[in-house]
Design a protein around this ligand. Structure first.
Ligand code: FAD
Length: 390
């Protein structure tokens, strides 16, 4: 049998590494890959301006591989569209002048009868505010290496770790703060894994491929980062399964009847999966948290910190990184909303309500994490052999 570096239970979770790998490979990864390509899940509504609330724009917006290709008008589903309004060309701040980057700032307004307009207390963006929103086809804008490095990127990560989710001395962090740190670190690992999996190897010939050295240096060398990736994956998976009834009954209408039926069926396969239910029925046990006396105050503090992290995404000086940063932080915010909207007895404080965009972010985030877990399993041993033999 293959020798494994990571064994036993994923820390603070209820399933072991072997089970997570097997479930991901056999069940979750194939379903998620197909799901995120469906018309419902591939269009993400996002405000891409660089309007950082913390410091002035540092002029990083024009990197070549950073630009986002937004949707041409005829591309995205009719129900996402009306009513629409256009902004002037002055608004195209971060856009490159490529034809395929044509911007359609068409806005929808409550056209999905089954979807609510509701704000998420964990995020900085007002999810009900449609001004300046645009649609991006995520399939055309893969998360990968963009060349966004240096002080601008460093400042964001530093600000996140130092001010908003400090790791604290070992053993001293309360479980709730430890969860926040691990979620951010796991997301950071996932972003690094995507950079390593799809890296610009040769700029002259535009050749892309794997960068094992980067994977090792940024993630594998520090096993805690791999563990946090698995933790974040299980946390988000738990949120998806906890919201199973909601997700199963939601409306996935994009006027592409066959595709929409397939979307519904894939969601059902994901949230009511017999293999998942028998091998890892509760991927993360949120009922253990918020038990302390100061639960409500702690919740408020952590919510505020997470909102700050969400606001920091507007400071990311590379449009494509900002797109995926915003999507994934909204996805995490949605997972937090699903798992932590509870009263003192760990009962849901109010019936769960999710926005369409939150659901799109949540499942695209789960897919990204699932891809990262796959990449670590597939590329990890080769990267370790290469780098440890250096
Ligand atoms: P960084 O990844 O910037 O890490 C900074 C420091 O954080 C490290 O020195 C280490 O101390 C700590 N650290 C690193 N990883 C972890 C972890 N998993 N857990 C805890 N601490 C950790 N670049 C792209 O090419 N494509 C993208 O799509 C992309 N998206 C981004 C999204 C966001 C929100 C941000 C802030 C940056 C993004 N970047 C992206 C930039 C990328 O994340 C790196 O910042 C950049 O490549 C420089 O890497 P680095 O080696 O300086 O280390």
């Amino acid at each position: 049998p293959e020798s494994r570096k990571y064994t036993g239970l994923v820390e603070d979770c209820c399933c072991d590494y072997e089970t997570v790998d097997a479930l991901n490979q056999e069940v979750l990864h194939p379903i998620l890959q197909e799901l995120v390509a469906t018309p419902f899940f591939r269009y993400f509504k996002v405000k891409l301006w660089c309007d950082c609330p913390f410091w002035p724009d540092d002029g990083m917006c024009r990197l070549r591989d950073c630009s986002v290709c937004e949707c041409p008008e005829n591309e995205f589903p009719e129900p996402f569209k009306k009513p629409f309004h256009r902004l002037s060309s002055d608004d195209l701040i971060c856009q490159e002048g490529k034809p395929q980057a044509t911007v359609d700032r068409t806005i929808d307004d409550k056209v999905f009868k089954a979807w609510v307009e509701i704000d998420n207390p964990w995020t900085y963006d007002d999810e009900t505010d449609n001004a300046g929103m645009t649609y991006v086809n995520l399939q055309l804008n893969p998360e990968r290496y963009t060349g966004y490095v240096g002080p601008s990127a460093r400042r964001i990560w530093d600000s996140i770790y130092k001010e908003n989710c400090p790791k604290g001395p070992p053993g001293e962090l309360c479980p709730e703060r430890r969860v926040l740190y691990k979620l951010i670190s796991g997301l950071h690992s996932s972003i690094s894994v995507h950079i390593a999996s799809d890296y610009l190897l040769d700029e002259v010939n535009n050749k892309w491929g794997q960068n094992l050295e980067l994977l090792y240096d940024r993630v594998l060398r520090n096993p805690e980062r791999v563990k946090n990736l698995y933790f974040t994956f299980l946390f988000v998976l738990r949120a998806v399964t906890k919201a199973s009834d909601y997700l199963e009954q939601a409306e996935y209408d994009t006027r592409h009847v066959t595709d929409d039926l397939r979307t519904q069926s894939l969601v059902r396969q994901l949230v009511y999966n017999p293999k998942l239910e028998s091998a890892c029925p509760v991927p993360f046990d949120e009922a253990k948290l918020w038990k302390g006396q100061n639960g409500p105050q702690l919740m408020q503090q952590i919510q505020k910190q997470f909102r700050n992290i969400s606001a920091l995404m507007d400071c990311v000086g590379c449009e494509k990184c900002r797109l995926w940063g915003k999507l994934q932080v909204l996805g995490l915010g949605t997972a937090l909303k699903i798992l932590f909207s509870v009263d003192g007895q760990n009962r849901l404080a109010e019936p769960l309500q999710l926005q369409r965009n939150e659901v799109i972010a949540l499942l695209n985030l789960l897919n990204r994490l699932s891809e990262s877990v796959t990449s670590v399993r597939e590329m990890g041993p080769a990267a370790e052999r290469l780098m440890e033999g250096r």
